[in-house]
Design a protein around this ligand. Structure first.
Ligand code: SAH
Length: 253
């Protein structure tokens, strides 16, 4: 099972946000997804009333504990790994991971490291200088218009990090029986079914075709085929044993 994300080591960093409403809505999104640590860098307007209006009562704690920094390097100083978010691709944004892949990269890191998720200002996004402070870039794939609202971008990233991927761990893929094994099994089944008079010896293939269709639907595994062949062998052995015992008994008489 993939390691789970340690949300205590995840920090959402809003870099130079312009609108206090977006800070509040981002705090709410974080709260929805179980993240608590919010950092804000050089906000253009930090009107708490407007922030709290969007944060709602539940996320007010995230807002009250939010850390405000003067510049991005100061905010990132105590972090071990920094992920920048970008709506744009290309140029200096060459190696970019898609949001749905981020969790598997970050989960093991968050065990012992503080990880920052940096979001840029609403109008221009993160500058090249900001991006140079990031170890990794992440993009939320869109259809055409790539720029999400800041708080919505926070929501999508937090959602992706939180999404339970335990069911996506490598599924068990059994080895299916090959043609040779299946043919061997059907021959053995035919033999035993004729012997126990379950099918008529004059036209056994008519019934066997139905049985083959049934088997094809089941996608039989190699192990299951060997179980069925084992049962056939045992029925055959038992029939012969009964036959031998019958002869012996007759002989006794
Ligand atoms: N106009 C800017 C986008 C600003 S949106 C630009 O073209 O770059 C504000 C912030 O939300 C971005 O800096 C980024 O942090 C985040 N964001 C918006 N859309 C995003 C996307 N598709 N993928 C990743 N982050 C995105």
């Amino acid at each position: 099972m993939p390691p789970t994300l340690n949300s205590k080591n995840v920090f959402v960093v809003l870099c130079r946000p312009r609108y206090p409403e977006n800070i509040g809505a981002a705090a709410r999104a974080m709260c929805n997804m179980g993240f608590e640590q919010l950092c804000v860098v050089d906000p253009q307007n930090c009107d708490l009333t407007r922030i709290l209006k969007m944060a709602t009562h539940t996320a007010s704690e995230v807002v009250e504990q939010m850390q405000v920094y003067q510049d991005l390097p100061a905010a990132l100083g105590f972090l071990n790994y920094v992920v920048g978010t970008t709506a744009r691709l290309g140029g200096q944004r060459q190696s970019v991971v898609s949001a749905d892949r981020l969790a598997s990269e970050l989960a093991p890191l968050t065990e012992n490291n503080r990880v920052g998720l940096v979001f840029g200002p609403e109008d221009r996004g993160l500058t090249n200088e900001d991006l140079r402070l990031c170890h990794r870039l992440v993009n939320i794939p869109t259809v055409e218009f790539s720029s999400l609202n800041l708080a919505q971008a926070v929501m999508v990233i937090c959602y992706e990090l939180r999404r339970d991927r335990s069911s996506e761990s490598k599924p068990f893929v059994p080895r299916l029986a090959n043609r040779h094994e299946l043919d061997g099994m059907y021959a053995q089944l035919k033999d035993v079914l004729v012997k126990i008079s379950y099918i008529q010896p004059d036209n056994p293939d008519y019934f066997m075709n139905n049985l083959r269709q049934f088997g094809t639907r089941l996608k039989l595994r190699a192990k299951e085929v060997s179980i069925i062949r084992g049962i056939c062998r045992q029925i055959d052995w038992y029939g012969k044993k009964c036959f031998r015992d019958g002869i012996k008994k007759k002989g006794d008489n």
